[in-house]
Design a protein around this ligand. Structure first.
Ligand code: DAH
Length: 339
């Protein structure tokens, strides 16, 4: 019997060393220590023993039970910590790693400026209208009082599709289209792309953007033109902004004026940013020429109006002190991320 007990202990320990999961371990506990287990079966035979043998075997049986129990518990702990270790290894989430930053896009500086200009004019009751970029000679030049061979055309050489169809050189074409389609009062701005056959440099590009403005009503004067454009400039460049209206000539306005902004760098003294002028030219404007009104079926004796054309690149470059126009088209993230 002593031998039997020792065999049970030995085989229990051997089986335990092979166990690799908790479920099998529990089965072993039942097999060796359970009510119908191997140890119990032997103890049931204790009655057959002599009075001297009984306490000896009893003691041994208790020791074997204790040993097996201890071995079971130890193996159980071992399996548990192994399982935990595996679980941690399998888990790839490392909360100490730095997070992945999501890059958020941002508006291009030209779009930011355009949106602000639109906001100012929408606030004054203007509509935003668009016109075609592929335009006829009529709308781009002829109807703007620039007949064929007019010298003013020289400054706006462009890409011709044929003799009468071209890429528009100015958004002023939309003035004519609007006056043909709408009755006064008219208050519109028209942003869009324009084209000229210019070589690319720091201040020129064959494609750039303008914002055209047109107001036609009874009793519109140069004072309205000045007030409107001054307000726009203050909104774009700040309340302290100073502008000046300088006499100029455009075939489709009379009188005409260019609008300059006092150099924000030197405040009118002259520096390298304003080419020593103290002022930076921003846009062309004027009172719509009576002949242009008449061509569009608007009676110049009853109605008058003003118009202007702003270079979007130019006012954007001024606002952000950008000294090379090409930066606006290169889509270099190092540049664009600064806005
Ligand atoms: N079209 C002119 C240009 O491209 C800008 C301009 C001047 C537009 C006077 C106008 C205007 O509407 O009245 O340089």
């Amino acid at each position: 019997m002593k031998e039997q007990l020792q065999n049970i202990e030995a085989s229990a320990k051997e089986e335990l060393s092979k166990v690799s999961d908790i479920k099998t371990l529990e089965d072993l506990r039942v097999r060796f220590l359970g009510k119908k287990g191997e140890l119990t079966a032997i103890l049931k035979q204790m009655g057959k023993l002599s009075a001297e043998e009984r306490p000896v075997i009893g003691q041994l049986a208790n020791k074997v039970r204790g040993d097996i129990e201890a071995a079971l518990t130890a193996r159980r702990d071992e399996l548990k910590s192994k399982a935990e270790e595996m679980r941690l290894k399998a888990e790839t989430l490392d909360v100490t790693l730095p997070g992945k930053k999501q890059k958020i896009g941002r508006a291009h500086p030209l779009d930011v400026t355009l949106e602000q200009v639109e906001e100012v004019f929408l606030g004054m009751g203007f509509d935003i209208v668009e016109g075609p970029e592929v335009e006829t000679d009529h709308y781009c030049f002829e109807a703007l009082n620039m007949p064929k061979h007019h010298p003013a055309r020289d400054t706006q050489d462009t890409f011709y599709i044929n003799e009468n169809v071209l890429l528009r050189t100015q958004t002023s074409s939309v003035q004519i289209r609007t006056m043909e389609n709408r009755k006064p009062p008219i208050r519109i701005i028209s942003p869009g792309r324009v084209y000229r056959s210019d070589a690319v440099d720091a201040t020129h590009s064959p494609l750039f953007h303008q914002i055209e403005g047109l107001v036609i009503d009874k009793g519109i004067t140069m004072a309205d033109l000045k007030g409107t454009l001054e307000l726009l400039m203050k909104r774009l460049y700040g309340e302290e902004t100073q502008v000046r209206f300088r006499p100029h000539h455009f075939p489709y306005t009379e009188p005409s004026a260019e609008v300059d902004l006092m150099c924000f760098n030197c405040h009118g003294k002259g520096c390298s940013m304003c080419k020593q002028e103290g002022w930076v030219e921003l846009l062309g404007s004027g009172m719509v020429h009576p002949k242009v009104l008449e061509e569009c079926g608007i009676d110049p004796e009853v109605y008058s109006g003003f118009a202007f054309g702003i270079g979007l690149e130019r006012i954007t470059m001024g606002r952000y002190s950008i000294n090379d126009m090409r930066l606006l088209y290169e889509n270099d993230m190092r540049f664009l991320e600064q806005f």
